[in-house]
Design a protein around this ligand. Structure first.
Ligand code: NIG
Ligand code: FE
Length: 411
């Protein structure tokens, strides 16, 4: 509180540009995804945790009372970035596996040999509650420094009751939006996927549903079939969870038809999606979440983003931050990949990591744009033109981060 008793105000002034997507009523599709409003020589006024005003400097009237000011000369303001798909809750890393892959081993081979996801499961089970919280905190800070002010986080490296619930608690306690990825892999103590699902739905779901907002499942050859996923998702829906799924990462196994039939929020990955899947998704309300870092790291084909957008599908972009296929917390880098590998424009990339990602998390009525009444989450880019978000590949493009109206980080 300031001395006059008003909640504190923060004025970001003399910004080179203030930029956000034009619309937000529904997930942005087709040409609307590429439409941004650009204000030059502009300000953003935060009042407490909300945006109170956005405009040109010449239209900024006198402000009574205490206002903290931040000099934005040479900087651009964009909305705080929203990462709608991360696996933040894991212990240890898999740098050794990274090295093996660099000399030719495939992700599926490593998975089949008990490496991959299951080796992180072992480490995560051993980490304990405090260890998991510390891991999520550390990863969340990395994300914040890259401009992410809202992140979803999945469990899925516990796969036993205690560690799955501890993972969801850790994500929640560290400010993430928890998703129960109870069907990420079959852990070694279970004979097969069906008996593991008996356990997960019987023993873990009732409590997981009290903490998580959504449920997620990995449909893939050798992991869970579409029929097993249907059983898992229907039970999760009945327990009150929203639904999402990992589909078409390596092969098409019926994920898109199932996603549409069940009315899930999103189907994520889509590296292997063909013509028919593109057509079906475009005609549906399901958002396709594209994860170009995972495709790049695993040497897979990139998802067909351009065709999806042109066909009218709603897409979002996310990091997929995880220790195996995407040890990368940077949404600016994801935007760079979107513009260089997915044939999206900088404006489409911005809409996909703000408004559309917020839609996947059902928070687009208050997150993802710089307009009055929205949450005062703002990223300041160290650039005279906002398109440096994607142009400055792998660079230190984020200069400062405002979260809930407070300057929380500055380079
Ligand atoms: O989304 N595809 C499944 N899960 C993660 C990878 C997890 C891991 O390799 O640890 C993904 O890419
Ligand atoms: Fe993932």
């Amino acid at each position: 509180m300031s001395s006059n008793g008003n909640p504190s105000r923060l004025l970001l002034r003399d910004l080179a540009q203030v930029v956000s997507s034009t619309g937000s009523a529904a997930p942005l599709r087709g040409p609307a995804l590429g439409q941004v409003d650009v204000l030059e020589d502009a300000f953003v006024l935060c009042d407490g945790a909300r945006i109170a005003g956005v405009g040109r400097m010449r239209d900024l009237g006198a402000l009574d009372g205490d206002v903290e000011e931040l000099d934005g000369r040479g900087l651009c303001a964009i909305p705080g970035l929203v990462d709608c798909h991360t696996h933040v809750c894991f212990a240890r890393d898999r740098v050794g596996e990274f090295e093996l892959r660099a000399s030719g081993a495939s992700y599926e081979e490593l998975h089949a040999a008990g490496g991959g996801i299951l080796s992180t499961v072992e480490a995560t089970r051993a980490a304990g509650e405090d260890g998991l919280r510390a891991a999520v905190r550390r990863h969340g800070e990395w994300m914040l420094h890259a401009g992410t002010t809202t992140f979803e986080g999945k469990s899925g490296y516990g796969l036993d009751r205690e560690t799955e619930l501890a993972s969801l608690h850790a994500i929640d306690a560290e400010g993430g939006i928890p998703t129960w990825l109870g069907a990420h892999a079959v852990p070694p103590e279970h004979e097969d996927a069906d008996s593991y699902l008996d356990f997960a739905l019987g023993e873990v779901l009732p409590e997981a549903a009290q903490i998580a907002e959504a449920a997620d499942v990995f449909i893939e050859r050798g992991v869970f079939t579409a029929e097993q996923a249907r059983r898992y998702l229907e039970a999760c829906r009945d327990a009150g969870l929203a639904l999402r799924l990992h589909g078409d990462q390596f092969s098409e196994q019926g994920a898109i038809p199932l996603a549409i039939e069940l009315g899930v929020r999103s189907v994520d990955h889509l590296e292997a999606t063909g013509e028919e899947g593109i057509r079906q998704l475009a005609a549906s309300d399901v958002v396709g979440v594209l994860l170009p870092v995972a495709a790049l790291v695993l040497g897979r084909p990139m998802p067909r983003a351009r065709e999806l957008v042109d066909a009218g599908a709603a897409i979002a972009l996310a990091t997929d931050f995880n220790p195996g296929s995407a040890f990368c917390e940077s949404l600016p880098l994801v935007c760079s990949l979107a513009c260089t590998q997915l044939r999206l424009s900088p404006a489409e990339a911005l809409g996909a990591v703000t408004v559309n990602a917020a839609h996947v998390l059902r928070r687009a009525d208050h997150l993802g744009r710089l307009v009055p009444g929205y949450d005062a989450d703002v990223v300041l880019l160290d650039a005279p033109d906002w398109r440096h978000l994607a142009y400055h590949m792998g660079g230190e493009v984020v200069s400062a981060v405002v979260q809930s109206g407070r300057l929380v980080w500055r380079r």
